[in-house]
Design a binder for this molecule. Structure first.
Ligand SMILES: NC(=O)c1ccc[n+]([C@@H]2O[C@H](COP(=O)([O-])OP(=O)(O)OC[C@H]3O[C@@H](n4cnc5c(N)ncnc54)[C@H](OP(=O)(O)O)[C@@H]3O)[C@@H](O)[C@H]2O)c1
Length: 219
């Protein structure tokens, strides 16, 4: 039975990804800050009180999954606090960098021992982090942090290639979650598409930035 570890599992897109993986009969390790009783009821292993910005929390997570081989490591946790040029808040921008850019790298680094040849890493980034696709400005902290995680993902793809571990940066589309105040496609649709991309991920595609609908995005 494949084992997936999903970070940011308690609500929004992450919750829906966990639901669908469990529905396929797979083993899910659901990592979050606040536990979601529904996931535990459905059979997920819940590891809670993990803030991805906190080195101690991530070390504890690594300790709790120490002996488990992961087929998928899906880092979905993310934070959007919109800063315009007129209202730049550098502390909030730094916080988004901690969550969106350093968080995935911190978690992947801590769990490298759980990944072997054939394992797949999915990092939920955003099209908003694309330099080439930026047609509107704004959202300084979010855009910059997602651009940074794209670089981390490409670096990981290079560094893990020899070990046979593939890395994919994913844009889920505009999804109706708390982050978008309910605007966008249903999380169930986005989760299904994102899981499809993970299913299809192979070493040839490692290091790509992909729309969950199934096409590459500009950096
Ligand atoms: N929704 C969209 O349209 C859209 C578009 C493009 C990309 N994305 C990306 O998709 C991912 C999921 O977004 P969503 O729409 O599902 O957002 P959401 O409903 O706001 O959920 C965000 C998730 O991230 C977790 N999280 C935030 N900060 C964290 C931290 N410091 N440590 C651990 N977990 C943390 C949250 O946990 P808590 O409940 O503890 O806060 C929650 O589980 C994010 O990476 C987001 O940037 C979303």
């Amino acid at each position: 039975m494949p084992t997936s570890l999903v970070v940011g599992a308690n609500r929004g897109l992450g919750l829906e990804i966990c639901r669908q993986l469990l529905q396929r009969g797979e083993r899910v390790i659901a990592v979050c800050r606040t536990p979601n009783p529904e996931l535990a009821r459905r059979g997920a292993t819940m590891i809670s009180e993990v803030d991805v910005t906190n080195p101690e929390h991530v070390r504890r997570l690594a300790g709790e999954v120490k002996s488990i081989q992961l087929d998928w490591l899906l880092h979905n946790a993310g934070l959007l606090t919109a800063e315009s040029l007129a209202e730049l808040d550098f502390d909030r921008m730094l916080n988004q960098y901690q969550v969106n850019a350093l968080g995935p790298l911190r978690v992947v680094h801590a769990l490298l021992g759980n990944l072997s040849a054939g394992a797949k890493i999915g990092i939920v980034s955003s099209r908003v982090g694309s330099l080439g696709d930026n047609a509107s400005g704004g959202n300084y902290g979010y855009r910059m942090s997602k651009a940074a995680v794209n670089m981390a993902g490409v670096n990981l793809a290079h560094d893990l290639r020899a070990r046979g571990i593939a890395v994919l940066l994913l844009h889920p589309g505009l999804v109706a979650t708390d982050m978008t105040a309910g605007r966008g496609i249903q999380p169930a649709v986005a989760a299904r598409q994102l899981i499809e991309q993970m299913d299809e991920l192979c070493m040839q595609r490692s290091g790509a930035f992909w729309h969950a609908e199934g096409y590459p995005l500009p950096w």
